[in-house]
Design a protein around this ligand. Structure first.
Ligand SMILES: Cc1cc2nc3c(=O)[nH]c(=O)nc-3n(C[C@H](O)[C@H](O)[C@H](O)COP(=O)(O)OP(=O)(O)OC[C@H]3O[C@@H](n4cnc5c(N)ncnc54)[C@H](O)[C@@H]3O)c2cc1C
Length: 123
């Protein structure tokens, strides 16, 4: 929610914040990848502008609420040559075509929260 509250536009705020506040919509944040955890500048998910919107291509791992999320804030590279400055955030509605979830990851603790992989995102 803080991402939408602080940097979202008015449409995103009115569409998602009331539902998130009441628990009707569950959110997730997808930064970590199999090859990029602490070092987010190394992430490999890309976002390319298309005629219809944006094409996101990549996979994420260890995403809390990944299985039950209605929206995911996804970190992706919009400029692969700009290091950390080339990373952008995308609000992905999980009902879009091309969004896929992996299996639940079995954690040692925090059994009330789900953690999983997410793949090939299109928004
Ligand atoms: C239960 C759970 C829920 C999670 N939920 C989310 C989520 O919702 N969204 C999300 O995006 N991610 C999530 N994560 C992923 C989490 O953010 C990453 O595990 C974390 O960023 C560390 O990345 P990594 O596991 O790849 O470890 P690495 O980056 O491989 O680090 C391994 C170790 O090396 C150390 N290290 C790394 N780089 C350096 C350096 N340059 N100098 C010194 N030491 C270093 C680290 O401190 C760490 O101790 C979750 C993880 C878990 C376990």
């Amino acid at each position: 929610m803080p991402y939408i509250l602080h940097i979202g536009n008015e449409v995103q705020k009115s569409q998602w914040l009331p539902k998130m506040a009441t628990g009707q919509a569950v959110g997730a944040i997808a930064m970590t990848e199999p090859g990029a955890g602490s070092d987010l500048a190394a992430l490999r998910t890309t976002a390319k502008k298309t005629a219809d919107g944006w094409l996101l291509n990549g996979s994420k791992i260890f995403i809390t609420n990944g299985l039950q999320s209605d929206l995911v804030i996804v970190c992706a590279k919009t400029d692969v040559n700009a290091g950390a400055k080339g990373v952008s955030l995308f609000l992905v509605d999980t009902s879009v075509a091309g969004f896929a979830r992996g299996k639940a990851i079995n954690n040692i603790g925090q059994h009330a929260g789900d953690t999983c992989e997410l793949f090939s995102l299109i928004c």
